[in-house]
Write a protein of this length. Structure first.
Length: 149
């Protein structure tokens, strides 16, 4: 897991060939003007989901993990906390991995929490279980899905 400010985005572009394209998209588009929904950038290799949601309390947070995609979760507005735990340490799955939606949920509690203010992002790799959308009030965010190559 990585937590960083958008001003540090270039530091992470060498980690994956599609990261540069995702950060270019952030720089060249007004994400706040986009309605909630899914927007293709590079077909199924890279897309963004704009989400408006009400923050939820910690006790309602569920860890989730993905196999096919890396998440770059960028907070646009609101105060969000995200939980994290190594996937290898998650021992209490709710169900099997849903291949169609590329998600698996867990009853496990996060090992740690990070506050993610606006203009900050977290990168979650397939080995990172994460619990997003924890907070008070509305949260507006962009979730970039980067295909694992």
């Amino acid at each position: 897991m990585i937590l960083a400010n958008l001003s540090q985005a270039e530091r992470y572009t060498p980690l994956d060939p599609l990261f540069a394209r995702a950060f270019d998209y952030i720089r060249n588009n007004d994400l706040n003007a986009l309605a909630p929904g899914r927007y293709a950038i590079e077909d199924e290799m890279l897309f963004v989901i704009i989400e408006h949601a009400q923050g939820k309390p910690v006790e309602h947070a569920k860890l989730e993990a993905h196999k096919k995609y890396i998440d770059i979760q960028l907070v646009l507005d609101g105060d969000e906390r995200m939980g994290w735990k190594p996937l290898a340490d998650c021992m209490n799955p709710i169900s099997e991995h849903n291949m169609e939606k590329d998600i698996r949920f867990f009853h496990d509690a996060p090992a740690s929490w990070v506050s993610v203010p606006p203009d900050h992002f977290c990168i979650f790799f397939p080995e990172d279980a994460h619990a997003p959308l924890v907070g008070n009030g509305p949260i507006r965010k962009a979730i970039f899905k980067v295909a694992v190559i």
